[in-house]
Design a protein around this ligand. Structure first.
Ligand code: NAD
Length: 260
């Protein structure tokens, strides 16, 4: 169903982004991968995709903290494929700290990766999408974009910002066939979340299973993780004709958390 479409998924070497890339490749898209891995890991990843789906992904090494590198990435994609049809702004980082101790460098990096990078990729992707009057922009926000949480001032600020960006871009593009939406996952078991489990385990002297249950129990009514594959299916749905008038939503998939 995505045959002939070119899809960039940022932060697709791990976790949710990797699952989204698999889902899009399975649906026939030419995927462009990105993330902080070395050349050997990137080549192995591309080999795996090629064996599984018959199309070799392009891997673009780009540190999303640097907007000059983002410009190079977008230029590379344009040169290779003409234009981008699907843009999934997925890369994100987490840093948990009380506000008074919050490292200004961590704040700066989080703002750059979680928010500014999406501003840059969107502004550079939209002209070609407009030319062909088709495009899908999916931003990986979080339920932290819908509510606050102690210790997550930086993360929450970036995710609220990303939802604001999503809404305004969606409205601006509403007369076109380009949509822009956000997904708000609850807890998904990825390396980003395992770090928070490890921190809790160490802080409270718990084993991994107890810390995991405690973390989910803190706020996810289902008591289960959402899976990366479920998030990927929602991202794919945004790319289908059925979703062409879904615009500017911040769609939670969170085991009931934001229903509380
Ligand atoms: P992850 O740590 O497994 O993967 C993050 C990806 O981003 C990796 O591919 C990494 O290489 C890449 N990345 C990080 N910094 C980068 C940079 N400077 N330049 C380029 N790439 C960079 O994380 P995840 O849990 O899969 O999270 C993916 C997205 O989903 C993030 O935006 C995160 O905030 C969001 N999210 C995750 C959860 C969850 O429970 N896991 C919940 C809500 C939202």
């Amino acid at each position: 169903e995505l045959k002939g479409r070119v899809a960039l998924i940022t932060g697709s070497t791990s976790g949710i982004g990797l699952a989204v890339a698999h889902r899009m490749a399975k649906a026939g898209a030419q995927v462009v991968l990105n993330g902080l891995v070395n050349d050997i890991e990137a080549a192995a990843l591309c080999d795996g995709f090629e064996q599984q789906y018959g199309l070799r992904p392009l891997f673009v090494s780009c540190d999303l903290r640097d907007h000059m590198q983002i410009e190079c990435m977008m230029t590379d994609i344009g040169r290779q494929y003409g234009a981008l049809d699907i843009l999934v702004n997925n890369a994100g980082i987490q840093h948990v700290s009380p506000i008074a101790d919050f490292s200004p460098n961590a704040w700066h990096d989080m703002l750059a990766v979680n928010l500014s990078a999406s501003f840059h990729t969107i502004r550079m992707a939209v002209p070609a999408m407009r030319k062909r009057n088709w495009g899908r922009i999916v931003n990986m926000a979080s339920i932290s974009g819908l509510r606050g949480r102690s210790g997550k001032a930086g993360y929450n600020a970036t995710k609220h910002g990303l939802i604001g960006l999503t809404k305004s871009v969606a409205i601006e593009l509403a007369p076109t066939m380009i949509t822009c939406n956000a997904i708000c996952p609850g807890w998904v078991h990825t390396p980003l979340v395992q770090k928070q489990i490890d921190a809790l385990a160490e802080r409270e002297a718990l084993d991994n299973d107890t810390a995991t249950r405690r973390l989910i129990g803190l706020r996810q009514p289902s008591g289960r993780f959402v899976t990366a594959e479920q998030i990927a299916d929602l991202a794919l749905f945004f790319c289908t004709p059925a979703a062409s008038e879904v615009r500017g939503v911040a769609w939670a998939m969170d085991g009931g958390t934001t229903a509380q």
